[in-house]
Design a binder for this molecule. Structure first.
Ligand code: B12
Length: 320
């Protein structure tokens, strides 16, 4: 990443600085990068309130409806958000393709994405600070209370599809979002206009548990919630859907059904590597002990799933 010369702050041209930042983000592997204001989410606030009042956040207690309403509650200095879309899908990463294997979501194919995106955004911030003295920033990838998909739409990257995920137009939805909050006002990008889902309901119809209504998800019915987020016992119909579909970690069904993912942008093979044995081993040979689980999930995003949680999911799917 080119650090460049230190420029006196009075000579900084925000437009040129923004163009440089975007170019650096693209060079760092983001397929799309845009700039959004860090203003409160006014239109979204009402939907958020209803969503939480309906109890949809119950199984995800870390979600804080108050904090989500305004990026400045996360970091008061936030003025502009650089939002990037980082592709991760691989053409050869087809969950369940190996004989007898269970399905693990595409986002689990390679190393932990937090470990890939965060250092890149941190280096970008450091390079930006070398050019803009006094600039402050915060890197957010997934774990901060921040409506990343809504920020991405504001930054013009795409729209929130009916499955609630960010669809980056012809590039599809197989991408992580990363955000760099900056303490300075930069020229903004045009927010993405109306969604492009049209009358399509492929994702809603494909979801085996009926977790989706247009533009809203019920986490209490989403398979991912039960294999990744919570050890709570799923209702019987969810257990049946896990067993039928064989999704052992995460679930890609709504995205597989999406026509925008027919010719998606692929992730860099040098980053995402090959599959872990969890993707390819037959179900009977999957690890069941804690030590083996720790070894096989080292430096992967599955590390946060405890071995007893993994065993419980295997039992639900295989009935052992
Ligand atoms: C919590 C969480 C989950 C939860 C809840 C998902 C969800 N849809 O909110 C669970 C565990 C289920 C989950 C699953 C997955 N996740 Co997740 N998750 C998050 C996380 C950490 C927070 C999301 C959040 O704040 N949700 C809160 C709810 C309230 O947000 P919301 O649904 O967008 O709220 C709006 C709608 O409900 C809408 N609405 C409500 N009512 C109504 C009514 C009408 C009429 C309308 C129009 C709208 C509307 O308005 C609300 C406000 O705008 C984000 C990272 C981040 N910080 O953003 C990653 C994130 C969203 N997840 C991600 C991924 C990859 C996944 C999975 C694909 C992983 C997998 N393969 O298993 C699945 C996809 C499931 C799905 N269809 O959403 C990526 C998505 C990337 C992308 N391209 O969009 C993110 C952005 C992480 C990242 N940094 O890359 N996830």
């Amino acid at each position: 990443m080119g650090g460049g010369l230190r420029v006196p702050v009075e000579h900084l041209d925000p437009l040129a600085f923004k163009a440089w930042l975007r170019a650096e983000a693209l060079a760092a592997g983001f397929a799309r990068a845009g700039f959004a204001p860090c203003d409160p989410f006014v239109e979204e606030a009402e939907h958020l309130q209803t969503w939480f009042q309906e109890g949809r956040g119950t199984l995800l207690p870390y979600l804080d409806p108050g904090a989500l309403r305004d990026p400045k509650l996360l970091w008061p200095q936030a003025r502009t958000a650089l939002v990037g879309f980082f592709p991760y899908a691989r053409p050869e990463a087809v969950p369940g393709a190996a004989p007898g294997s269970l399905k693990l979501s595409r986002y689990l194919w390679g190393p932990d994405y937090h470990m890939i995106l965060k250092p890149r955004l941190t280096r970008l911030l450091e390079a930006a600070q070398a050019r803009w003295p006094g600039l402050e920033g915060r890197v957010c990838v997934d774990t901060a209370p921040l409506l990343e998909r809504q920020l991405a739409a504001r930054a013009g990257l795409g729209w929130q599809g009916k499955h609630t995920l960010l669809i980056a137009g012809k590039d599809g939805s197989w991408g992580f979002l990363g955000v760099l909050l900056l303490s300075v006002y930069l020229p903004l990008d045009e927010p993405f206009g109306p969604d492009q889902c049209g009358t399509c309901v492929a994702c809603l119809e494909a979801c085996p548990t009926g977790a989706l209504e247009p533009f809203r998800l019920d986490p209490a019915r989403c398979l991912t919630t039960y294999s990744i987020e919570t050890e709570a016992e799923p209702p019987v119909e969810i257990v049946a859907a896990l067993a039928d579909s064989r999704w052992a970690a995460g679930c890609d069904i709504c995205q597989e059904a999406c026509p925008w993912n027919r010719a998606p942008i692929w992730g860099d093979p040098t980053l995402w590597g090959g599959p872990s044995p969890l993707h390819t081993r037959s179900a009977e040979d999957l690890p069941r002990g804690a030590a083996q689980w720790r070894k096989l999930t080292r430096r992967t995003a599955l590390r946060r799933v405890r071995d007893r949680h993994w065993r419980a999911t295997l039992t639900r799917i295989l009935g052992l």
